[in-house]
Design a protein around this ligand. Structure first.
Ligand code: ZN
Ligand code: ZN
Length: 239
């Protein structure tokens, strides 16, 4: 498919117009790499993105997050800050073939960087966060699935596309405040295959509040997964 698209669309950077590639090296350099890692529960800095110990054990606190009786992922890996060219690229991915290729380039760039960081997902199965059937029709592809495929290639791990399915067609998260995001994804997923004894690497394009990851993780852990780690290509930083 990529070869065919290359024939149809001349290789020209979708951001600066320079010929050579759909996402040129100069523009790739503008992608802001995150220097910090964050805990998926409290969104504060944590070493290696590990969920803080105290955050793992907060079922009884007043925070809305925890009323959902969550079973938390152990780590959140995020590569880019969701801003500038990264934001543009992700938002435009569904528009055309060239933009789709640019997104693929970003995902490849991110995964190559993840390899350089020395990350390791041995014994994990990559599970993309599923999109609703409506959104799939609208986009034509699932962005998280594409990232997951690239991760599988780079880290030599298996893909588990149909492990998690979306049973509820949730509205776009972007317009919601924090509290509503958690409500919105509640009961959105179900596990379709046996996951007992499996380590899962959940994959998505953007992590904002972590609501989607936390909900998907809860469902997977309840179904018997040993552990869940989360991988988001980009993260929206708190302003
Ligand atoms: Zn460029
Ligand atoms: Zn924390």
């Amino acid at each position: 498919m990529e070869k065919l698209l290359k024939l149809i669309f001349p290789e020209k950077c979708i951001f600066c117009g320079q010929f050579g590639d759909v996402f040129c090296v100069e523009c790739l350099k503008k992608c802001k790499v995150l220097m910090d890692s964050f805990c998926i529960v409290c969104d504060k800095v944590s070493i290696g993105g590990s969920t803080h110990e105290k955050c793992m054990d907060i079922q009884n606190t007043q925070e809305s997050v925890h009323r959902l009786n969550l079973i938390f992922p152990s780590r959140l890996i995020t590569l880019f800050s969701y801003e500038g060219v990264v934001r543009e690229c992700i938002k435009r991915a569904k528009f055309s073939g060239r933009e789709f290729l640019a997104f693929k380039r970003l995902a490849q760039f991110g995964c190559t960087y993840a390899v350089k960081l020395g990350l390791d997902f041995k014994d994990f199965i990559a599970v993309p966060v599923p999109v609703s059937s409506n959104r799939m029709r609208e986009r034509g592809f699932n962005q998280s699935e594409m990232i997951a495929k690239i991760i599988c290639g780079n880290f030599k791990i298996k893909m588990g596309t149909s492990i998690l399915i979306r049973k509820k067609d949730t509205p776009h998260q972007t317009t919601f405040d924090r509290e509503s995001r958690f409500k919105n994804v509640e009961n959105a997923f179900k596990v379709n295959k046996k996951v007992e004894g499996v380590n899962i690497l959940l994959v998505d394009d953007i992590c904002t509040t972590g609501a989607t990851f936390l909900e998907a993780s809860k469902v997977l852990m309840n179904a018997g997964a040993i552990s869940v780690e989360c991988f988001a290509l980009s993260k929206k930083l708190k302003v």
